[in-house]
Design a protein. Structure first.
Length: 150
């Protein structure tokens, strides 16, 4: 019997609406575990997750029948509902409308996992917007500053 075998890795990045610093550090581990469950429910696997109080980085092994916009939509929608339920302080929580996705080769996994793991240290000196501009240049992604920061 024929098999369909797939090896697709993506690095997904999105921020809170207007980059408001609202993700409490004490629930981060639980948030990323919850996001891992969402991803698993969509035939994919979360390999690494981390971020800061205003954005998230996810490394995902994508399932063979999964559409990226649908998966990211589920992640953002479901985790936003979950966050709102955790505290009255988060009752107005919202992720930004957009997101960024970058392809990752199998040989890059270790370095991307390290990059994601080091987010808090990395952002002591670098703004989210500068980080994303660097990614867009590295991956040759055309962007317009007027529209990318919702």
């Amino acid at each position: 019997m024929a098999q369909t075998l797939v090896s697709l890795y993506i690095h997904v990045v999105f921020s809170t609406k207007n980059r408001v610093k609202v993700i409490p550090s004490e629930i981060e581990r639980e948030l990323y575990a919850y996001i891992g469950g969402i991803i698993s429910n969509h035939s994919s696997k979360l390999l690494a997750a981390n971020g800061t109080t205003n954005h998230a980085h996810l490394l995902i092994s994508l399932g063979k029948n999964i559409l990226i916009p649908a998966l990211v939509g589920h992640i953002k929608r479901d985790s936003s509902k979950w966050l709102k339920s955790k505290s009255s302080m988060l009752s107005k929580f919202s992720w930004q409308d957009g997101y960024s996705v970058f392809s990752v080769g199998h040989l890059q996994l270790t370095s991307v996992i390290k990059y994601i793991d080091d987010q808090k240290t990395h952002h002591k000196d670098k703004l989210f917007e500068d980080e994303m501009r660097d990614f867009y240049l590295k991956y040759n992604v055309a962007f317009d500053d007027r529209y990318v920061w919702d």
